[in-house]
Design a protein around this ligand. Structure first.
Ligand code: AKG
Ligand code: FE2
Length: 295
């Protein structure tokens, strides 16, 4: 795409280009950035997006996507959970448990934690989740509903927040450890990977340009952090990978990897995935943390 000569008119070519970008799955933020990079004035670019996409998506979806695109631009960070300071010690006092700090990274913000769950807690989570497993769904960003995702070949289920005494205890521990309100957490999700199953690299935040995102955000705002807890040890494979920094966390029962993302943007380097399980199986419990109370 090249910039038009002054004055900047919304040409049929520009309208078509915007539709092509949206249909190719690019979010409103990416499209706006490309237009700005090509020299379009902010106002003209927003105007062109608004008029073109409202014919395509409906005006409310467009307004929300544009607002989100502006709010979510790199440079505008929101507060995120952060493990309590360990003050030079190798553990954090999470109330009912001493949690080890095994590794800590700044970009992406990531902490590998040891001894977050006991072996008995891991076993009880697996046993309670197992009868309720279904092929994993991911949030469908186009509609805000749930859908089967070919990139995610595990089986999974969600607990309600506070559903059992064990879940309550774990959620209270996480809230204390990460200094983040319990009510801002989604219900705990348990995933089961069989040999060959994986979760291809992805971001956990919601794509601000997608049409279904405004609906998703009504339930507590963006996801701002993830805690993946390992409930067992696969024989081979199944690490949690962070491709941007060539980093991989080995699944060890009771350990966890925490990472946060202060804006819904790849600059957070929070791209991650579950590498294929090569032998044995893998069980994890994931806690996603939202900006506000998750209802
Ligand atoms: O399986 C893993 O290690 C990663 C899981 C994950 O990315 C998720 O639950 O969002
Ligand atoms: Fe994830």
């Amino acid at each position: 795409m090249t910039q038009s000569t002054s004055p900047q008119n919304i040409t049929p070519q520009l309208r078509q280009w915007i539709i092509d970008q949206a249909e190719a799955g690019h979010g409103a933020d990416i499209i706006l950035q490309s237009m700005r990079d090509a020299g379009w004035h902010e106002e003209t670019a927003m105007d062109a997006m608004e008029t073109t996409l409202s014919e395509h998506l409906g005006p409310r979806a467009v307004q929300a996507a544009l607002q989100a695109a502006q709010q979510g631009r790199p440079g505008e960070a929101v507060p995120v959970p952060e493990p309590l300071p360990s003050n030079g010690r190798s553990f954090i006092d999470a109330g009912d448990r001493r949690v080890q700090v095994l590794c800590s990274m700044r970009q992406p913000r990531l902490v590998v934690l040891g001894n977050l769950l006991s072996a008995e807690e891991c076993e009880e989570l697996i046993a309670t989740a197992e009868p309720r497993l279904q092929r994993s769904l991911t949030v469908a960003v186009q509609t805000g509903g749930q859908e089967v995702n070919v990139d995610r070949t595990s089986d999974g289920m969600f607990f309600n927040r506070g559903e059992t005494p064990l879940i309550q205890r774990i959620e209270a521990r996480i809230a204390r450890l990460l200094n983040w309100p319990e009510v801002n957490g989604e219900g705990l999700q348990v995933l089961h990977y069989r040999p060959g199953a994986e979760y291809k690299p992805h971001y956990d935040y919601f794509d601000v340009g997608a049409a279904g995102t405004p609906t998703i955000l009504k339930r507590g705002g963006q996801r701002v952090a993830t805690l993946v807890m390992y409930l067992n040890e696969p024989e081979r494979g199944g690490g949690t990978t962070f491709p941007d920094v060539h980093f991989e966390v080995a699944p060890q029962r009771g350990n966890a990897v925490f990472f946060s993302y202060d804006r819904p943007d790849p600059s957070t380097r929070s791209l991650h995935g579950g590498a294929p399980v090569l032998a044995g199986e893998k069980w994890i419990a994931t806690k996603w943390l939202r900006e506000r109370e998750f209802v």
